[in-house]
Design a protein around this ligand. Structure first.
Ligand code: ZN
Length: 137
């Protein structure tokens, strides 16, 4: 995907704000370019919120709104606060319900500021994980 410096800064800010809990949200895309950031609440219970869960009906409503606005669900983003920004088995399982969606993962492990956050994106097709480029600017 392509994403502007400003939108990426919003996503990175969300990840750092929620750390050490994982953050999650959705990026609306138009023609492969991110046009809006929608933060979601991580509803995973527990003190650390390692891993993430979203409210399914809320996500479905959000996707309707994105489509009504002429966008498309382009990417689901979340952060990894203690591991590398690579899809976990849980992510791969969850992705089965959202075919064709890019998975943007923000690695905040050890990050002291936005410049330390690692940003990666993947397509997940069944058990096959393919990294795809993120072009910023
Ligand atoms: Zn994950």
């Amino acid at each position: 995907m392509r994403i502007s410096t400003d939108l990426l800064a919003q996503v990175v800010d969300h990840a750092l704000r929620d750390a050490p809990a994982e953050c999650c949200g959705v990026l609306a895309l138009r023609d492969g370019e991110a046009v809006a950031v929608h933060e979601l609440e991580n509803v995973r219970q527990g003190p650390k919120k390692l891993g993430f869960e979203v409210d399914g009906p809320k996500l479905a409503r959000l996707l309707d709104e994105i489509e009504d606005a002429g966008g498309e669900l382009g990417a689901i983003y979340h952060s990894h606060t203690v591991s590398a920004p690579y899809p976990s088995q849980t992510d791969v399982n969850f992705a089965a319900g959202w075919p064709g969606v890019e998975w943007l993962i923000l690695g905040t492990k050890g990050a002291a500021g936005p410049e330390d956050v690692e940003v990666r994106s993947y397509l997940i097709d069944g058990a096959t994980v393919t990294e795809v480029p993120v072009s910023v600017g």
